[in-house]
Design a protein around this ligand. Structure first.
Ligand code: GAP
Length: 451
């Protein structure tokens, strides 16, 4: 790279740069790519799967494993259609939609300022005299399907637009089978589907995405306090896994923004390259859902203790895996010049990194080095996500690992053959230390544990 190109290299993360790295390195591919793609659907490649799994694993760890008061659930995607009538989604889960009769595009009426019209050069919808926008109308975002052999009104069902309802309709099953008592929570990770009008911005708004939701049932008088608690708790989770504090803020919804079920919502917003956007919502759903389902189903969903009986209120932290993954990717993306060469690096938290350690014989064709490297790799991968690479020059292999965010690389070289030591390279500091080959596994496990 020429000197002036190098100077321009150390730039900010943009959605385009992050998307390009994700595609180049096998994290994310446009879905149905060979058919031209399908609006805002993406497929996850090897490293994307591992990264998403780590995000989900960390959420489960903090939500379930490290707590005594939250249990797990995995409910069906297609629920009884009455669930969505009672929940208010059939009536009210809609965005205001406008059509342009000239360019035939559709826009969200409340996001015209951010949208681009179909004419060139593009302006906001309504920006040209030829723009001919319809009045806003409600567009329900649930995907419909049919259950059974007949395709009629009676067989209509919906792909769930949130995982939460599966938790509410299981309230009685859970309280009568597990040792729970308010305050307690039910956590679930699973696919949700929304027919978004204006998807876009890479992974930010998708039509099919995994949600991580937890419904926390509390005595009504304690709801406001628990709402504050969960906003703080979730904010700390993002910071603990590496998001910069300066890239996070909490914003309380104004009354007119609240969802039909919410009495108070605070969004944890992240400064994505496209600006401040919702990363996670923490809602106080009050007793809305349990009351709606009690009335509609005829089954009383309430807490009955020794001397008390009440409908619990619900605090709900809700986030999607992709919005979380995208925030971690954007925050971790870095470009720098090292020894006059450009380096792109994902400074992911080690617990999130898809691969924790790369095992690299310095000279891939050197049989003595590969004979040392292979057994070390076999040993490491039993306890830690590891990768073995003996192709290409060592610098190229390091750069590849930097781009997928691997925090450590172990190199086997001539000295290894003489004294059974290896070099341990740190992704962020680029420091290289000499360590004993036998102690490598324990050292890495300790560093991962303390990271
Ligand atoms: N159960 C409450 C609920 O679903 P929401 O604010 O509509 O509330 C919760 O969604 C979270 O799900 C959001 O904070 C965001 O992280 C994620 N999310 C919502 N729509 C999304 C979409 N189209 N693509 C990706 N993530 C989405």
């Amino acid at each position: 790279m020429a000197a002036e190109q190098l100077e321009q290299f150390e730039g900010e993360a943009t959605i385009e740069k992050v998307a390009s790295l994700c595609r180049r390195r096998g994290f994310v591919f446009p879905s149905s790519d060979i058919y031209g793609g399908l609006g805002s659907s993406f497929d996850f490649g090897h490293y994307g799967v591992l990264l998403n799994d780590n995000v989900k694993g960390e959420w489960r760890r903090s939500m379930i494993q490290e707590r005594d008061d939250v249990v797990a659930l995995d409910s069906a995607i297609i629920l009884h259609p009455q669930v969505w009538v009672a929940s208010g989604h059939v009536e009210g889960f809609s965005d205001p939609l406008v059509d342009c009769r000239t360019c035939k595009l559709r826009f969200r009426a409340d996001q015209l300022e951010q949208a681009a019209c179909g004419k060139r050069p593009s302006r906001h919808p309504g920006g040209y005299s030829e723009c001919d926008l319809t009045e806003p109308r409600a567009f329900n975002m649930m995907f419909e399907t049919h259950v059974g052999a007949l395709r009629d009104e009676a067989s209509v069902a919906y792909l769930r637009p949130e995982t939460a309802q599966g938790i509410f309709v299981n309230f009685k099953n859970i309280t009568s089978s597990l040792r729970v008592k308010p305050p307690f929570g039910v956590a679930q990770i699973g696919k949700s589907f929304r027919n978004e009008i204006t998807p876009g911005n890479f992974l930010f708004r998708m039509r099919e995405f995994e949600q991580m939701e937890m419904e926390f049932f509390v005595p009504p008088a304690d709801a406001a306090e628990w709402h504050r608690y969960w906003v703080d708790q979730r904010h700390s989770w993002h910071v603990g896994l590496g998001l910069r504090r300066s890239h996070l803020r909490v914003r309380a919804h104004a009354a007119e923004e609240l969802s039909h079920y919410s009495s108070a919502t605070s969004d944890i917003e992240y400064l994505y390259p496209i600006g401040w956007q919702e990363l996670e919502g923490v809602a106080n759903r009050g007793d809305y859902d349990l009351r709606q389902h009690s009335e509609a189903s005829g089954t009383k969903l309430e807490w009955i203790g020794h001397e008390e009986r009440y409908v619990p209120h619900v605090i709900e932290p809700a986030i999607s895996v992709v919005r979380s993954t995208l925030a971690f990717l954007c925050d971790a993306y870095d470009e720098e010049v090292v020894a006059e060469r450009p380096r792109t690096v994902l400074r992911l938290h080690p617990r999130l990194a898809p691969v924790k350690v790369a095992v690299l014989p310095l000279i891939g064709r050197d049989g003595a080095m590969t004979e040392k490297a292979r057994p070390l790799y076999e040993e490491l991968r039993k306890s830690i996500s590891a990768e073995y690479d003996d192709t290409a020059a060592i610098g190229k292999r390091y750069r590849r690992q930097d781009e997928i965010g691997t925090p450590w690389a172990v190199t086997i070289d001539d000295q290894t053959l003489a004294d059974d030591t290896v070099t341990l390279r740190d992704r962020d500091t680029l420091a290289q230390e000499r360590i004993a080959i036998q102690g490598t596994k324990q050292l890495l496990l300790d560093r991962l544990d303390s990271s």
